[in-house]
Design a binder for this molecule. Structure first.
Ligand code: NAD
Ligand code: MG
Length: 386
């Protein structure tokens, strides 16, 4: 007698890269409620073996990988080292790869999954920023598909709803403004790590939380939008919206403007990236209450006090390896800020210095991008005598 399948045959397999992080754990909360549509095909983590083991026991993926540390004898079947990201991203049972790794470490997995024809649900915006043309070429070659997880880009995707880029006049990306929205430039200079980690509306990993405080995150998002939606930079704008309820606007050529709203929870864009273009019934977040969420307000960005935003957009416009230099200099400077070596204001100075030196580096191949990335990191380390 044939055995009864444990899961419906039609469920789609999801590989989660970075399953122990903020987005990774959010995704698993969503997937625990969506077992009739999706199953977890693969999980990878950087070093948190204990949480990874718990997740593996709960979701029974076909593949588990740990990049560093962990007792090999305790988990003899797990994949190990950097290669496990690629193994998970290209796993036969994975239809969708949620790339929730932080930073440049996510690039190769994004490329590999797209080459293999997978849907990449992209939280790891850094991979698209550093290698935009490579990533889009990999998708074209392999037949893969990029679907954003970032809440702003998910909003834009939902508003554009399949209309051609020629009908879109402008994207207006919202920014919460971060914890320092109302701080003076003098206060900003000496903001502490504890201050920077107090994000007003989102609970996220430490790197993106600091990026939200400097507005480097918004620069990454403008570049991400440029590659995802094919619009030139002069048609992508940023507005501050402290409540994080309107996730972005799309203005069409006839002057009509659509926005997507929702309570600030990453569960919504994560689920949409998995189920797109369908909608999957879910009740994980509290119901939307416009009165409770009001007022909704909008402000201009204080670009002079948050120079990382325009530095990043400038790097996007310059093209080549400049966005990779911006990304790597930012990652290195944020790492130094997180370990207490440099001040908050040094982050944007480090980015400016690296771009001044390296922004015309060539960027036509993966190797050129990785070289520019390494040079930018070294430049920032030397700048601060590290
Ligand atoms: P996080 O630090 O909480 O988690 C990062 C995950 O990546 C961890 O599971 C870690 O194990 C893994 N990881 C870290 N370094 C790695 C490496 N070198 N190799 C392999 N795996 C590694 O970060 P997060 O907040 O979940 O953010 C993940 C990504 O999603 C980032 O690109 C971020 O910009 C993006 N994002 C996050 C949010 C959010 O709400 N947290 C929102 C939008 C976009
Ligand atoms: Mg975002």
């Amino acid at each position: 007698m044939a055995s009864v399948p444990r899961r419906p045959l039609t469920t789609r397999g999801v590989a989660i890269l970075g399953s122990t992080g903020s987005i990774g754990t959010t995704a698993l909360r969503v997937l625990a409620r969506q077992r009739d549509r999706f199953h977890v095909a693969a999980l990878t983590a950087f070093s948190n073996a204990a949480l990874l083991a718990e997740q593996a026991a709960q979701f029974e993926p076909s593949y588990v990988g740990l990049v560093r540390n962990g007792d090999e004898q305790l988990h003899p079947t797990w994949g190990r080292g950097d290669a496990c990201l690629i193994e998970a991203a290209t796993h036969d049972r994975a239809d969708i790869v949620l790339n929730a790794v932080v930073g440049a470490a996510g690039l190769d997995a994004t490329l590999a999954a797209l080459e293999r024809g997978k849907r990449v649900a992209l939280a790891n915006k850094e991979s698209l920023v550093m290698g935009g043309p490579l990533v889009t070429a990999a998708a074209e070659r392999g037949g893969g598909e990029l679907v954003p997880v970032d809440s702003e880009h998910s909003a834009i995707l939902q508003c554009i709803a399949g209309r051609p880029a020629g009908e879109v006049r402008r994207l207006i990306i919202t920014a919460s403004g971060g914890p320092f929205r109302q701080w003076s430039s003098r206060q900003l200079e000496n903001a502490t790590l504890a201050d920077a980690l107090q994000h007003p509306t989102w609970r996220m990993g430490r790197k993106i939380t600091v990026d939200s405080a400097t507005l480097a995150n918004k620069a990454l998002e403008v570049i991400e939008a440029h590659f995802l939606f094919g619009l030139p930079y002069d048609r992508i704008e940023v507005v501050v919206h402290p409540q994080s309820v309107v996730h972005s606007f799309v203005e069409f050529v006839d002057g009509s403007v659509l926005a997507q709203l929702g309570v600030p929870s990453m569960e919504l864009p994560v689920l949409y990236a998995l189920s797109y273009p369908d909608r999957s019934a879910d009740t994980g977040v509290p119901p939307f209450d416009p009165v409770e969420l009001s007022p909704l307000t909008f402000e201009k960005v204080r670009t002079r006090d948050f120079p990382a935003l325009e530095l990043g957009i400038g790097a996007g416009r310059a093209g080549g390896a400049a966005p990779a230099v911006f990304n790597a200099a930012n990652e290195q400077a944020v790492a130094l800020f997180l370990e207490g070596t440099i001040r908050f204001g040094d982050i944007s100075r480090a980015i400016e210095s690296a771009l001044g030196r390296l922004s015309s580096a060539p960027g036509g191949s993966r190797e050129a991008i990785l070289d520019a990335d390494a040079l930018a990191r070294r430049h920032v380390q030397e700048l601060f005598g590290c």
